[in-house]
Design a protein around this ligand. Sequence first.
Ligand SMILES: Cc1ncc(C[n+]2csc(CCOP(=O)(O)OP(=O)(O)O)c2C)c(N)n1
Ligand SMILES: [Mg+2]
Length: 436
Amino acid sequence: MFRPLRLAVPARARAIHLGHLPNTNSPIVPTLSFFNSITPPGEKIPTFRVLDGLGKPVEGAELPDIDEPFARKLYEHMQLLPTLDTVLYNVQRQGKISFHMTSHGEEATVIGCAAALEPDDEVLGQYREMGVLLWRGFGVDAIMAQCFGNHEDTSGKGRQMPVHFGSPAHHFHTISSPLATQIPQAAGVGYALRRARPRNIAACFFGEGAASEGDFHAGFLLASTLPAPTLFLARNNGFAISTPSTEQYFGDGIASRGPGYGIDTVRVDGNDVLAVLAAVRAARARTQAGGRAVLVEAMTYRVGHHSTSDDSFAYRQRAEVEDRKRVDNPLARFRLFLESRGWWGAEDEAALKERLQKMVMKAFRHAEAAPKGQISNLFSDVYGGEEPWNITEQRGELTRLLKKYGDTYEPWRNELARFKNKGEDLTAAGAVASHD
Ligand SMILES: Cc1ncc(C[n+]2csc(CCOP(=O)(O)OP(=O)(O)O)c2C)c(N)n1
Ligand SMILES: [Mg+2]
């Protein structure tokens, strides 16, 4: 499906034999020539696409093997993302949750990748991959519980920022905010999987911005030198908050770095869900069969703001965003494809939108009303084994403050009312408080 690229430099060199060097098959040449690309001069690494902007298969395209139920499932999950995102975004604006990050514009990248992986592939995400959990059946109630940090939150008992999901049952490693930490971790997970010889792989998502971190290079070198089934999925959405990708690198995107590490690489149109599905399926098969890392760079565009803490119109034109919403829109494009197959129609669309909206609003109302977990959860699960002195000391300090102000100081009283047991798990008789 993907033809290997012709190398730009050695072609001329191959004809001449001037000896050889130790530890390399590099041909020796008598003429001086510099290169900074694996493609011929002036050419960029190509992008794999199967559907045009209007959902029509492009000439010569090999569509991935999908049937109607699977195709509908893809589209329904792509539509679930904006439904959830819109509600969560507004809920944050109302001050009911502290933070949110949307997937607007990246629905095809995230859902296409999710659908190409096996359900037990170990996923190490960055933060914009809620769709992988949804595809794996995590459920909108669990999403809401995590974002509200209530007592039903299975990701972290309400102790993580919103969208920092995690679920061992869904093979989804907990998100951590510091960028790119998941990249060397994924190389390690892949290596652990290789040693255990199971059939699942490690799949690591990261943004093109995170690829500017040292951890990207550490992780790629690890994956290159310790062969293991690790699939790197770069979401190139054009921005690292306010820094456009044109200011993030001078080379040919993230894909050009794969060959530098001896890693098989493909670039795909991230707004074409069928191309993403086909590319990631093939990349997954390749990393599993070869036991070596593979890199996929999905080219997309972040239509939404970076997060609820961002106003992207401070650094990009509204018109640019409006254009991007229209051109190659991943949802519209796939819907047109489904319609052309007779797999979707206006009635399906209306019914789906209504069903998703109801489901999300029900989950939102439930999560909003649910109490937060016990305050004492703050101090549990921090370390394994015996509790260290610093945790004991902090619990004692909070107990003392709650006993002193919990009933009398109104902001504290109101806040305590939101917790299960209203803090009594700490303040009840017998609880040890630190001394004044
Ligand atoms: C080590 C580190 N530096 C900076 C940040 C602040 N930060 C959070 S997200 C982000 C941009 C990341 O962009 P990218 O990897 O392209 O992902 P995207 O948000 O576009 O999905 C930055 C700079 C951070 N979280 N961690
Ligand atoms: Mg980005």
